[in-house]
Design a protein around this ligand. Structure first.
Ligand SMILES: *Cc1c(COP(=O)(O)O)cnc(C)c1O
Length: 385
């Protein structure tokens, strides 16, 4: 089906931060399959784990206990200081689980129409519930009727959230991204998440964080909420969790962790031995090589170079980022830069029309990081449309 406008290139193999197309041409990957391949391509530890597990056992179903799923849940809950984990196969599915948990918690409290607060410019996925939660008309258009039970406030607006508490008695949860990815690497004020946490505490709302893009070390912490010294009630993961093997997770604490009971939710493939083994290798590799710290260092290195090189550039509105989640916002649409970069052998992304988004792998060398900053600086400086 023609739901993608694809670039005219086909990759055949990858290694680290590099991809090779069918003609043997090499490209530096500053996108990582949209924040998925945090360990780069064909990482030997992940490849080994996938091969070993494929030789042993790929799938059994959740009718039986799954050792690697149990181990992965222990790793992720320890790293995030959350209690329980549910496994699925994508970010949208992880968010569906979060939304269903919120509704269960609401009903258990006697709220007939439990309402979930979401934010403008958010992205939570493409299923009917998650596209309803998404704050982007383009993503919703044509798929009406949307789901009931959502209310929207501006992102990074504590007053708007506080005002809702006065007017709406049905709210059970707030769902938001710690940094908005798809809408242009929007980083809220430093204390925004802390304030949201405080409001949720006051009104007994669940704080649910969509860390599908920000999680797994990308922002320079294992999970972006850890920059702020808070704990969410629910957190969703996917993209970077399996380094390309499809897996999602919904982690929860407190009442949210106990909301699902046997039969209330499920997934045929979710948390199967193959996917969990791959994710265990990802966790182990990030820890073993201290890649969370490395992401913070590399991100800072790229960001400061870009800020320096683009300082006098009239059409650059902002250069922002946290760890290896970096955005360069221009004052005009710049989607054509993606193709120009491709021609120069560099893979970048443009999102929200005007924002160049960089999501390179955490395993970059310093030289590769510099190559990315140089290429992007040159492209932006020469961009005159
Ligand atoms: C990519 C993304 C999703 C959707 O993930 P899928 O695996 O494509 O369903 C949800 N939330 C955020 C923040 C994302 O970046």
């Amino acid at each position: 089906m023609s739901n993608y406008a694809r670039l005219p290139v086909t990759f055949e193999r990858g290694e680290g931060a590099w991809l090779w197309d069918e003609h043997g041409r090499r490209y530096l990957d500053a996108l990582s399959g949209v924040a998925v391949c945090g360990l780069g391509h064909a990482h030997p530890a992940v490849t080994q784990a996938i091969c070993d597990q494929a030789n042993q056992l790929v799938h059994t179903s959740n009718l039986y206990s799954i050792k690697h799923q149990q181990r992965l849940a222990e790793e992720l809950t320890a790293l995030s200081r959350m209690q329980n984990s549910f496994f699925c196969n994508s970010g949208a599915e992880a968010n569906e689980a979060a939304l269903k948990i919120a509704r269960l918690v609401g009903h258990a409290r006697g709220i007939g129409i439990p309402t979930i607060v979401v934010t403008e410019n958010s992205f939570h996925g493409r299923t009917l519930a998650t596209l309803t939660a998404t704050g982007n008309l383009k993503i919703q258009q044509g798929f009406e009727p949307l789901m009931p039970g959502f209310i929207r406030v501006p992102y990074n607006d504590v007053a708007a959230l506080r005002a809702l508490a006065k007017s709406d008695q049905n709210i059970v949860a707030v769902l938001l991204e710690p940094i908005q990815g798809e809408s242009g690497v929007n980083i809220p004020d430093d204390d925004y998440l802390n304030q949201v946490r405080a409001i949720c505490d006051t009104h007994d709302w669940l704080m649910m964080l969509d860390e599908v893009q920000t999680g797994m070390g990308r922002t320079g912490r294992w999970f972006a909420f850890q920059h702020h010294g808070i704990q969410p009630d629910v957190m969703t993961l996917a993209k970077g969790l399996g380094n390309g093997v499809p897996i999602g997770a919904c982690l929860a604490s407190g009442v949210a962790a106990a909301a699902f009971t046997p039969g209330s939710h499920g997934s045929t493939f979710g948390g199967n031995p193959l996917a969990c083994r791959a994710a265990l290798a990802v966790v182990d590799t990030i820890r073993r090589h201290d890649l969370v710290k490395r992401a913070a260092y590399l991100g800072n290195r790229i960001l400061t170079t870009l800020q320096r090189e683009l300082a006098g550039c009239g059409h650059v509105k902002a250069v922002r980022g946290k760890g290896l989640m970096i955005g360069v916002e221009l004052d005009r649409p710049c989607a054509t830069l993606v193709k120009q970069a491709l021609e120069h052998g560099v893979l970048i992304n443009v999102t929200a029309e005007k924002v160049i988004r960089l999501l390179p792998p955490l395993i970059l060398t310093d030289a590769e990081a510099d190559q990315i900053s140089d290429a992007v600086s040159r492209l932006v400086t020469g961009f005159t449309h």
